[in-house]
Design a protein around this ligand. Structure first.
Ligand SMILES: Cc1cc2nc3c(=O)[nH]c(=O)nc-3n(C[C@H](O)[C@H](O)[C@H](O)COP(=O)(O)OP(=O)(O)OC[C@H]3O[C@@H](n4cnc5c(N)ncnc54)[C@H](O)[C@@H]3O)c2cc1C
Length: 454
């Protein structure tokens, strides 16, 4: 919207389903600090190009902490609280990386109709399963080379600022919407407006919201997540073409749940290289990845455990008490029976949120550019944007940011073309009218053609 406004298209309307802006960037007060339920890191810093989100954060002096995940593999606990020896952990890690490379090669071979030379081994033991989880669901959810790292650098910074990651969005809003004391008062932003239907005709679009409101426009940009597009929240009239719906359904959606736990005191190791630690269990992804928040907020006594996909869906479906019981039993395995019970727990529910239906897009390991192209491509007057439409940075905040700019530029181009074509179209129309109805109507259409040209 900012790109459009800055380019003279100020007659815009932003319809947001919830009572806030920010979407998957969402802070919440927990245990006297601000925690990030959604995006937490600015990924891709320190490289040859500057990450635009890092630039925004620097301008706002956003407080961040460098995250060094590399040590996580040396803090792997078994179920009796023993840490796996460094050498053994390093070897297991190397084995998992080699196996991931083999798996990719075998997939590539399969796609080319060939048989791979060597079959990859599957993780079986708890430590193998734990490493497989951090490798695939956490560290490298993408296939190498990872554009974010190549372009912007390999460093990642955790946002640890009471204003929240979302303050970047309010800053951006301030630059083109009417705001006062941090509140957006511009009536071009309408909150609590759940879009349910988008009708398009030759001349424009009609957007219908759940509360019965209707909005007419020349164009619409849909920035809802890929999970929402896969759900039945939004309907299109006429229905979207098959190439579009098939592409939308083919893209995977990751669910990524950060569970926050507050304790009366800190009982975990907090020295250098100990921010991240791993729990090795027979069930892959069962309360595997842990982080303490003492680097981000010293004295906060908060732990975060990350669950993904099936485990995320499982805990979303149960009560917080049940999840807390499971987490406590895992912590007592690792640190002993005297570990104090957490005083508070926070479980975000991204999968069951009908305005998200998941956390971020995950393109299949082997997919061609056509899939992304089709997900991104406009259908008539309906344009699509969001992280899932970013060619290089899908899944990230900077992906969403850059995709938004990209889509707006395409729309500006479309508007420019249609303005250039208008006189020509009016002329063609007047000729058709003349042909069909050689009476009084002709003149008025011709006038609009002439005024259009001038
Ligand atoms: C738990 C989690 C952790 C993450 N961690 C990171 C990270 O560390 N670093 C990183 O870079 N990225 C991370 N991401 C991804 C990042 O948050 C997203 O890629 C990015 O914020 C997506 O922005 P977007 O504008 O595409 O979509 P959104 O932020 O989802 O915006 C879409 C908006 O559309 C609204 N909407 C949906 N349906 C309707 C409707 N029918 N009518 C009206 N409005 C509607 C939604 O309410 C929402 O506000 C994480 C995401 C999650 C959920």
């Amino acid at each position: 919207a900012k790109v459009l406004a800055e380019n003279g298209v100020e007659d815009i309307l932003i319809l947001e389903a919830t009572d806030r802006i920010g979407g998957r960037i969402h802070k919440q007060e927990f245990g006297d600090v601000s925690v990030e339920l959604g995006a937490g890191w600015i990924a891709g810093v320190g490289g040859k190009e500057s990450n635009p989100v890092w630039e925004l954060a620097s301008r706002l002096n956003l407080r961040t902490c460098f995250s060094d995940y590399t040590n996580a593999r040396y803090n792997i606990y078994d179920r009796s609280g023993e840490i796996f020896p460094t050498r053994f952990a390093a070897d297991s890690y190397k084995k998992a990386v080699d196996s991931a490379i083999l798996k990719l090669k075998s997939l590539e071979a399969q796609c080319a109709g060939q048989v791979a030379d060597e079959a990859p081994s599957s993780p079986k033991t708890p430590i193998e399963l734990a490493i497989d989880f951090i490798l695939h669901d956490f560290e490298m959810a993408e296939v190498e080379p990872i554009s974010t790292y190549v372009d912007f650098g390999e460093r990642e910074f955790l946002v640890a600022d009471e204003r929240g990651y979302e303050c970047l969005l309010y800053k951006m809003a301030e630059e083109f919407l009417f705001t006062s004391h941090g509140n957006i008062l511009d009536n071009r932003l309408k909150l609590n407006k759940v879009v349910r239907e988008i009708q398009q005709s030759k001349n424009g679009v009609l957007v219908k919201t759940e509360d019965g409101s209707e909005y007419e426009a020349n164009y619409v940009i849909v920035s809802a997540s890929i999970g929402v597009l896969q759900s039945d929240l939004l309907s299109f009239q006429p229905p979207l073409p098959r190439w579009k719906t098939e592409a939308i359904q083919k893209c995977d959606v990751m669910v990524y749940t950060k569970i926050f736990l507050k304790f009366p005191h800190c009982f975990w190791p907090c020295g250098p290289g100990q921010e991240f630690f791993i729990y090795a269990h027979e069930q892959r992804g069962y309360f595997t990845f842990w982080q303490h928040m003492e680097n981000a907020y010293p004295g906060s006594n908060i732990l975060v455990v990350t669950l993904t996909n099936e485990q995320s869906k499982r805990v979303e479906a149960q009560s917080e008490e049940e999840t807390l019981k499971e987490a406590m039993s895992v912590l007592r395995d690792m640190f002993g029976p005297t570990v104090p019970y957490a005083t508070d727990i926070l479980v975000p529910r991204w999968w069951n949120n009908r305005f998200q239906r998941g956390c971020y897009s995950n393109y299949p390991m082997i997919s061609d550019n056509q899939l992304l192209h089709n997900i991104k491509a406009p259908v008539g007057r309906i344009f699509f944007t969001g992280e899932h439409t970013s060619e290089k940075f899908s899944g990230y905040v900077h992906g969403g940011y850059l995709a938004g700019m990209d889509t707006s530029k395409s729309l500006l181009e479309e508007i420019k073309q249609s303005l250039l074509l208008q006189p020509l179209l009016a002329f063609t129309e007047s000729l058709t009218l003349k042909h069909n109805n050689p009476d009084s109507q002709i003149h008025s259409t011709n006038v609009s053609f002439i005024s259009g040209t001038s």
